[in-house]
Design a protein around this ligand. Sequence first.
Ligand code: CS2
Length: 477
Amino acid sequence: MKSVSKNRLCRAEPAPKTGIVHLGLGAFFRAHGAIYIKEAMAQSGGDWGVIGVSLRSTGVRDKLADQGCLYTALELSGLGLKSQVVDVVTSVLVAPEGPNAVLQEMAAEATRIVSLTITEKGYCRGGGDAALDFEHPDIKHDLQNLAPKSAPGFLARALGMRWRQGLRPFTVLSLDNLPSNGQLTRQIVCEFAAQIDPDLARWIETECRFPCNMVDRIVPAATKELIDRATSTTGYYDTAVVAHEPFRQWVIEDDFVDSARPDFEAVGAELVHDVAPFEHMKLRMLNGTHSALAYIGSLAGYETVAEAIRDEGIEKFIEALWREEIATSLDAPPDTDLNDYAAQLKSRYQNPEIRHLLEQISMDGSQKLPQRILAPLFENLAAGKPYQRLLVVVAAWFRYIESRSKDGQAGLNDPVEKQLLQAARNASNDAELVERLLQVAPVFDDLPTHRIAGALVAILGHVGNFHDTARLEGNRQ
Ligand code: CS2
């Protein structure tokens, strides 16, 4: 289905027929879901080509446009570099340029699945009773306009079009790192739809399907250096290249509208009845320690995950965090040993070929820490289990925000950046820093923060600027 022409990729055979619209065509989906779909079609057939949608920027579309939407996926490991061309994306739409074209594709009868990798903030989650933030500017806009900006708006409006045309709904496949991602998506879409028409919301509730998913593969952002490496391996120039580790995992709740889906189990995905234990394990063991490495490692002066985990103080701390505070907060999925899982994670982090920037993981801390760190922390606290190291991660995040709030620093990449930086700037010592940051509502709302404030101040006093990583574990033995 591909050939190389003038040292650029171009499609020599017709593109596959489409059955999937994917919102948020970033590197993760292209290095994970798209490859499973490619293999499932090769193995068992089916019309599962993917129409990609960028909800904001034109970057991916521009890169893919003049190479027939083909791109190179590079597998990076100690065994050398392996490359393949992925050919399942058939076109890319940029939502702000043409929201109606996106809706038309989502509402087309051929579309059976709409999948999403829109990051945690793309769900426009609210605190309190509603799952959806009705004060979010994009949600306000989308309730008043037929041409949406947000993912919840696109999903509800497109489902509304299908409902009015008498078509079956599509399956909504949320692939973001959020607990019960399917149920959460169902709730936000139904809350949005109820504002348009309560009958539509009832139809979505009963007819549409929102399976939960646990997805896993480490995908560092592509750099110029990677593009050059790819060129010297493959012989053609591809600026849309994606890089990934060899490991991959996808656990899917087997609940699709009319059972219509690619043959995922034929290519190694696990179709299960209950994804929750897998989700919790991955969110806390992997994503939780990723965030720990991101803040502690950056403060200690490292740039990548592999560099940070090589530091002996950090390595000991992360191992103890897994063993004593995270694994103990979990019910392991069937046939899974959490010690083996942790050992495997450590060797994935150590992969010397992957330059996974801590900066990439540090972003959107306000959206990530609640499920990754705060949930196990407060569960352990309530159950009388250890949580001191989870607190160290919160302390590191606070120190990191403080360091980024100083004049001339890069700031944060976070939807509540303004509130976080302001809180840090107004503090003149650690006690004030803790007090002010614990008041940032979207993160700490409803949590008994008075129970951790004193301990956080003490930790900040002990670890100082996080430069001496031996102190992370040193105060405990
Ligand atoms: C990372 C994830 O950037 C982050 O927040 O923790 O992208 C992580 O690499 C993936 O979830 C791995 O599957």
